[in-house]
Ligand binder design. Structure first.
Ligand code: DUT
Ligand code: MG
Length: 150
């Protein structure tokens, strides 16, 4: 793991900054600053109480947490959310309750998502009249098959 410094402002001084739960973790957990109850199918844009200045060449990806997803159906509408290097506003999470029957009650301070910081390229798009051949060609959307034995 690299030792990347990211300038961070805590907009809510009572809540801890994003933190990696275990050494080597890819995602730093983000907290909701508000209580929110999501009915089945409901979504909410939840503040995390942090703003940052990612270095140019990096992106912050806001991912769901697998435990809350598997146990309660808590996900993120736009998973993974994209935090641009130039963004200086509060990081927010567009949560959604995918459980068909149970509401999800979130309390201020709960860890509702995780931030993965990655290097990223900005491409120079070069328009051409024909693309180079490849083995895959235009095959997609299940062209290699689906479930085993079916
Ligand atoms: O999960 C997310 C996704 C985005 N953002 C913030 C940071 C990001 O830089 C900005 C814009 O995000 P995006 O480009 O995904 O949204 P957009 O709908 O294209 O908005 P814009 O027109 O402002 O780019 O919103 C978050 O705080 N959390
Ligand atoms: Mg955008």
């Amino acid at each position: 793991m690299s030792d990347l410094e990211v300038a961070l402002v805590r907009l809510d001084a009572e809540l801890p900054p994003p933190a990696y739960a275990r050494p080597g973790d890819a995602g730093a957990d983000l907290h909701t600053t508000v209580d929110v109850t999501l009915k089945p199918g409901e979504r909410a844009l939840v503040p995390t109480g942090i703003a940052m200045a990612l270095p140019v060449g990096y992106v912050g990806l806001v991912h769901p947490r697998s435990g809350l997803a598997a146990k309660h159906g808590l996900s993120i509408v736009n998973a993974p959310g994209t935090v641009d290097a130039g963004y200086r506003g509060e990081v927010k999470v567009a949560l959604i309750n995918l459980d068909p029957t149970e509401a999800i009650e979130l309390r201020r301070g709960d860890r509702v998502a995780q931030l993965v910081i990655q290097r990223v390229e900005q491409a120079r798009f070069v328009e051409v009249s024909q693309l180079p051949d490849s083995v895959r060609g235009a095959g997609g959307y299940g062209s290699t098959g689906g479930f085993a034995n079916r």
